[in-house]
Design a binder for this molecule. Sequence first.
Ligand code: TRP
Length: 335
Amino acid sequence: MENEKKKVIFSGIQPTGCITLGNYIGALKNWVELQNDYNCLFSVVDLHSITVRQDPVQLRKRCVDFLVQYLACGINGEDNLVFFQSHVPQHAELSWILNCYTYMGELSRMTQFKDKSSKHADNINAGLFTYPVLMAADILLYQTDLVPVGNDQKQHLELARDIAIRFNGIYGDTFTVPEGFMPKAGARIMSLQEPTSKMSKSDPNENGFISILDRPDAVVRKIKRAVTDSDNLIKVREGHDGINNLITIYSAITKKSNEEIEAEFDGKGYGDFKMAVAEAIIEELKPIQQRYDELIKDKAYIEQIYTNGAKIAQSLARRTLSKVHRRVGFVDRKF
Ligand code: TRP
C-alpha cells in the first residue's frame, strides 16, 4: 500500500462451503489481475458467514483455508492486505453506526435476504437482515473506490452507495462513494447440475461445483457428469445452458473466444469437448494446488500475512471511524 494515489479496491468472500471454480473465474482471477494497479484489501468475511449457523471447528479451519487459497491463486499477501474481517473490529463498529442510517424498508427489499430467509426459515436472525449494512461498512471503512462484485451483489453495493450518499448529505463529505466493478458477463459460471443457477459454494450436491482444490480425477468425473442436452453441438445458443456454461468455463481459462471454440470443436461431440474442458481446468488448477499444498504447511507465514494485513487495515479503518465519530457527535477519545 505504498502508493497513496492508487485507487482502493475492497472485496471479500464468505468462508462457507469451498472456493469454487466460479469464485475463481468470477472473482479471484480478476483480483489477481487488479492487484498491481490498485491498493487492494481482500478479506475473508467471517462476520458475514455467521448469519447462517456454522460449526465453530470447521469455520476456524475454513477461514484459514480460504485465506491460503487467496494466496495460492496468486494474490500477493505482502503487497495487498489479506485479513480476517473479525480481526478488524472497526467493521462491526461502523456497521452499528450505519445501521442507524439505513431504513427497514431498504433492507426488506434486498433479494438476498428474501432468498436466504426462505432457505433458512428456522433462523431468520437480525444479522441476516442487516447483512448488507455490514457489507457497506466493509467497503466504506477504507474509502473504497471500486468493489469487484458479481451480479448477485449489485443490490448490496447500490445500498452501500445510498448509505454513503445519505451520510455525506447529512454531515458533509465523509465517505468515498464506491463504484461497482463488474467482471465481464462471460465470467458468470453456473452450476454443472443446474446450469440455470449460479455455481454455489454451498451447494449440497458436490457434482454441481468444482472446488479449486478438486484433484484431477474429481474434475474429470464432475465435468463428465455435467448436465448437457442431447444434440451434441458445441455452439453457444440460447436455452442450451449446460453447454453454454462449459463453453464459458473453457473460454475463461483458455482466453479463446466462443467463435474460436466453436471452430475448434466443429464436427466433434460432447465427449471430446468435455475432456478438453476438464484438461483445461486441471492445468489451471495445478499450480494453485501446488502452492496451496506448500503454503498450508507454513503456519508462521500464514499468520504473519493475516496479522500484518489486519494491523494495517486497522490503522486505515481507525482513520475513517474517528472521522465518523466526530461527525456524529461522539466525544473525542483521549486514549
Ligand atoms: N456479500 C458478499 C458475497 O456474498 C461478500 C462480501 C462481504 C463483500 N463484504 C463485502 C463483497 C464487501 C465485496 C465487498 O459475495
